[in-house]
Design a protein around this ligand. Structure first.
Ligand SMILES: C[S@@+](CC[C@H](N)C(=O)[O-])C[C@H]1O[C@@H](n2cnc3c(N)ncnc32)[C@H](O)[C@@H]1O
Length: 199
């Protein structure tokens, strides 16, 4: 099974933000759940919240294994954000994704925003955790170095521009509701789907 030390470190700070923002009985769709450590921890800690973990079909096996072994938890959903026909038909009160924006190609991040705009109920929340910069200005030298490292591995990866994402989200009916500074120079970008998408 996959294991992430980072998940162990960032779990509690993320949980603190989720507790503040998620409605008690929210149905949450997680994108790119990876090892499933977040899904397990958040399902256990957030009573009443229904946490639907998902992963790219190529990587869903280990996630499904963890959810089964640590369950009872909802079955892992195979979901490639790049494939519109994979997008769920259910409505959610929140979409959460950690450390995916710098892994997905830039167009994949647009797909993630469009997916959220499609599956979120009016008033629903999109929470994106990870490193971001503002028009090229990094919040820390370590994030700039991480960006360079990612691009050297694969030019389609890289730390994304929060200002650009906020503008793109707004055009999709997702208004920036808040932004929280997180440990290790990460951030939580929080968007809210407009109550009236036509407004
Ligand atoms: C850095 S990992 C983060 C995993 C987990 N969220 C965490 O915080 O540890 C990025 C994840 O994005 C997933 N991913 C990559 N491309 C994807 C796609 N097109 N659709 C859905 N997930 C994708 C990968 O399989 C991987 O698990």
């Amino acid at each position: 099974m996959r294991w992430s030390e980072a998940c162990e470190r960032n779990r509690e700070p993320i949980l603190t933000v989720l507790r503040r923002w998620l409605p008690q009985d929210a149905r949450v769709l997680e994108i790119g759940s990876g090892s499933g450590q977040h899904a397990v921890a958040f399902s256990r800690s957030l009573a009443g919240v229904h946490w639907q973990a998902s992963e790219h079909p190529d990587a869903v096996g280990p996630l499904a294994e963890r959810l089964r072994s640590e369950g009872p938890l909802p079955e892992a959903l195979p979901l490639d954000v790049r494939m519109r026909h994979h997008w769920p038909l259910h409505a959610y009160e929140a979409v959460f994704s950690a450390n995916t924006c710098h892994i997905l190609p830039r167009e994949g991040v647009s797909d993630l925003l469009a997916l959220a705009a499609t599956v979120l109920r009016p008033g629903g929340l999109l929470l994106l955790y990870g490193p971001f910069h503002d028009a090229g200005v990094h919040t820390a030298a370590s994030n700039a170095a991480f960006d360079t490292h990612l691009c050297s591995l694969d030019p389609s990866m890289g730390v994304r521009d929060a200002l650009e994402l906020k503008a793109e989200a707004l055009a999709l009916g997702l208004t920036t509701a808040a932004e929280e500074a997180m440990p290790a120079n990460n951030r939580m970008l929080i968007f809210q789907r407009n109550e009236n998408p036509e407004a």
